[in-house]
Write a protein that binds this ligand. Structure first.
Ligand code: AMP
Length: 541
């Protein structure tokens, strides 16, 4: 139609162009493995992103190719966040906490052509390398050139960068091209990929920078504790640069005293991480007080932030907590809980009640709750149903999988697998989840996989794994086991030792409870709801 607006492409290169033009002197700071700080300006960053564009070309990366990254949060990883999509390729952030089998699966399923591996994580990656078939070249970063590795076809990041020119023309042309790939846990079977487009990530970035949302500005200094291998570090690498906010990356230094020190020294105003991180830091701050009142928003999501911890941060440390909810499939931001004007006169304890909810939906995303019969429920604060969402940064399918009704409704909504009510003023309150997973320290554990492994033990008849609340990790897996007839004496430790070789260590249940029978639903499945209630009541033994 004549007279319409420009057909302007919302692509990631536009963000770094804007950042360089508007805020060339702003800083990007990284805590290096040796504890020293690496700092450079947006302008330096911009030139290095362009240089990396040329490096990708030298490596034979073509538009649409997937390029893996296996690293901590640091400036080189940030360069990849911009250069790979701007070269019209797809950045596939690999989760360093996966077991070797899962890691090999996601690299192979993603079909990654080149993988950038953090030199400090080589032993972790090398364990999976034998099962990886698609990678043609590895690039080692964050380590000296020549760092030894058993990986084949290796180059060193800084050598390639030194040899490249920073004269480069961005390759991406179409906002509907893929820019990022991130895998999330499957309840059963393999992890599932979520493929972001330039458009979806650009709009997500704008959504995140709204004043009612995270609302970073050029006055902010944001500490991204949330890993760059997890749900695109919640979009913070893009939101900061578009806003002109300074970004601080902790590298591998995620221990509570190190984070507290970093916040105090770097005068951080926004810090983003999972509850486990902030629980650890709170305890450390109680023992070793430091002034962290520079924080204007302690952003926390990935698991429910306990109300008591929100209260403690605010009352004892003067730190404002912003509780947020989202998913890898949602880019990830869905809701966040900030107070609104109608909360102004509430007493403190009621304000903390509000802030402990997952919050209101970010403009751009639509949300509804639906019961088992498919009826859309009222926002009355008590009706409970599955949360469904739709919007420009919500997945409509998993990568290389046909969308099924299990995840995507026929009328175009994504089924989150979270169960919640919504208050009349629009605040989401998650109460449960339908997906059979445990979330420990921000990372998923599949209960079903643990159950299958336990039930492979000859002395086990049935095993159900449930998530139980844990102060430090948010949740931990607990195994409930029925022994086979004539099994004789069996200990929990024996069962854990039996399954240990198959899983990452943090997957292993902390407790094994032996029972005579596992309650079942009407269709004969383990009734985990009943098990969870019995566990909470101390009735499981
Ligand atoms: P992920 O894709 O790994 O980020 O996990 C997303 C899932 O984590 C959601 O579907 C929820 O089950 C859970 N989650 C994320 N944020 C919160 C929160 N603030 N409160 C409770 N659960 C959360």
């Amino acid at each position: 139609m004549h007279g319409l607006m420009m057909d302007y492409q919302l692509t990631i290169d536009r963000i770094v162009e804007h950042a360089n033009r508007m805020h060339p002197h702003k800083q990007i700071s990284t805590k290096l493995p040796d504890g020293s700080m690496h700092r450079y300006s947006y302008a330096d960053f911009y030139r290095r992103v362009k240089r990396l564009g040329n490096v990708l070309e030298t490596l034979g990366v073509q538009p649409g190719d997937r390029v893996g990254t296996f690293g901590w949060n640091n400036y080189q990883h940030l360069e990849m966040y911009y250069a790979i999509p701007s070269a019209a390729a797809v950045i596939h952030t690999l989760n360093i906490r996966l077991s070797p089998e899962q890691l090999a699966y996601v690299v192979n399923h993603g079909g990654d052509k080149v993988v950038f591996v953090d030199g400090t994580l080589l032993p972790l990656y090398e364990r999976a390398a034998g099962q990886i078939t698609c990678v043609e070249r590895y690039v080692i970063f964050n380590a000296p050139s020549g760092t030894s590795t058993s990986l084949p076809n290796v180059s060193y990041y800084e050598d390639l960068m030194a040899a490249a020119s920073d004269d480069y023309t961005w390759k991406v042309t179409d906002e509907r091209q893929a820019m990022g790939l991130c895998y999330t846990s499957g309840t059963t079977g393999n992890p599932k990929g979520v493929l972001y487009s330039h458009r979806s990530m650009f709009l997500h970035t704008l959504g995140e920078n709204l004043a009612t949302s995270l609302g970073a500005t050029e006055r902010d200094r944001l500490l991204a504790v949330v890993p760059m291998f997890h749900a695109m570090a919640w979009g913070t690498p893009y939101a900061t640069l578009l806003a002109g906010a300074e970004i601080v990356l902790p590298g591998p230094h995620l221990q509570p005293p190190k984070l507290a020190e970093l916040i105090a020294e770097e005068r951080i105003t926004i810090a983003a991480g999972v509850p486990t991180i902030w629980m650890g830091m709170y305890q450390d701050l109680k023992a070793n007080p430091r002034d962290v009142s520079c924080i204007r928003a302690l952003v926390v999501g990935g698991s429910a932030m306990p109300r008591a911890l929100i209260e403690a941060y605010e009352k004892e440390l003067g730190v404002n907590v912003v509780h947020a909810w989202g998913m890898t499939e949602m880019s990830p931001l869905g809701t966040l809980s900030k107070l609104q004007s109608h909360h102004d006169n509430l007493p403190d304890h009621e304000r903390w009640d509000v802030k402990a909810r997952q919050g209101y939906v970010v403009p751009g995303v639509e949300m509804r709750i639906v019961n088992d019969a498919g009826r859309v429920l009222d926002w009355d604060g008590s009706s409970v149903g599955e949360v469904q969402v739709r919007g420009p940064w919500i997945a409509k399918a998993y990568y290389r999988l046909e969308p099924t009704e299990e995840h995507f409704t026929a009328d175009g909504w994504f089924r989150t697998g979270d169960v919640a009510s919504i208050t009349p003023d629009g605040y989401l309150q998650i109460t449960d989840r339908t997906k059979d997973l445990v979330k420990s320290g921000g990372e998923w554990i599949s209960s079903v996989e643990l159950e299958n492994a336990l039930m492979a033990h000859p002395k086990v008849a049935e095993a159900a794994v449930i998530a139980v609340p844990d102060e430090r990790w948010s949740e931990r897996p607990c195994a409930v086991v029925v022994l086979a007839p004539n099994a004789g004496e069996v200990t929990g430790a024996e069962l854990i030792e039996f399954i240990a070789p198959k899983f990452a260590k943090f997957w292993l249940p902390d407790t094994v409870i032996f029972v005579d029978e596992i309650p079942k639903t009407s269709v004969g499945k383990f009734d985990k709801k009943v098990l969870r209630v019995r566990h909470a009541e101390g009735a499981l033994g």
